[in-house]
Design a protein around this ligand. Sequence first.
Ligand SMILES: *[C@@H]1O[C@H](CO)[C@@H](O)[C@H](O)[C@H]1NC(C)=O
Length: 203
Amino acid sequence: MYQLYRVLILPVLLGNASAWLSFPKQQQTSILRFLENARKFGPVGSFRSIQDQDDVVSAAKRLSGGNPRPADLPLQGVHRLVYSGAPGASSGKLFGTVAGQVTQTFVNSTHFINEVEWGPLKIELLARRQRKNAKQLDVFFEETTIRVFGQPVSRKRLPGTSGGSWKYLWVGVVEEGPKRKLVRVMETPSLFVLEHILDDNEY
Ligand SMILES: *[C@@H]1O[C@H](CO)[C@@H](O)[C@H](O)[C@H]1NC(C)=O
């Protein structure tokens, strides 16, 4: 019964997810190779040579066979940064060669939090996302919070009218070792690669 749910009913509920269940082995191999390489050069791409960064970007552009309508995908839970080509703090880079750990946590169907964590320090950016088309979302920044040992020490409301955009290059589910992961590869325009470990009942 569970198998039936997973193979027949779940894909219908999630609409686009059905394509993932018959994910060809060939594509798994190329996305896994890409992921491995991005991890090796990441998470802060700007610590690497221009050549290395360019290689990751061109490999990302060559990926094929992901979800055809990635912007319509429901997102939940915590997504960990694998690689960022961003020159600034959104890659986790704080000062010099010091970088924090970056995560993106989906609060609900409209909001998410970009977070940089470094020891007791946490910098959070609350943002709203909005579908632009099947492959693109617009992002609007709403609030920043700085926490030390979990306690907010500074909070600032932003106008919520500007931010950025996510242009998906590839989104799909991969199996890496025993784990199933949702992998998102996007341009903001800097390249971002994020992964989210899936529960058995997700997708
Ligand atoms: C989602 O969460 C944000 C931030 O907590 C909140 O402002 C917003 O109203 C919530 N939206 C929905 C649809 O629940």
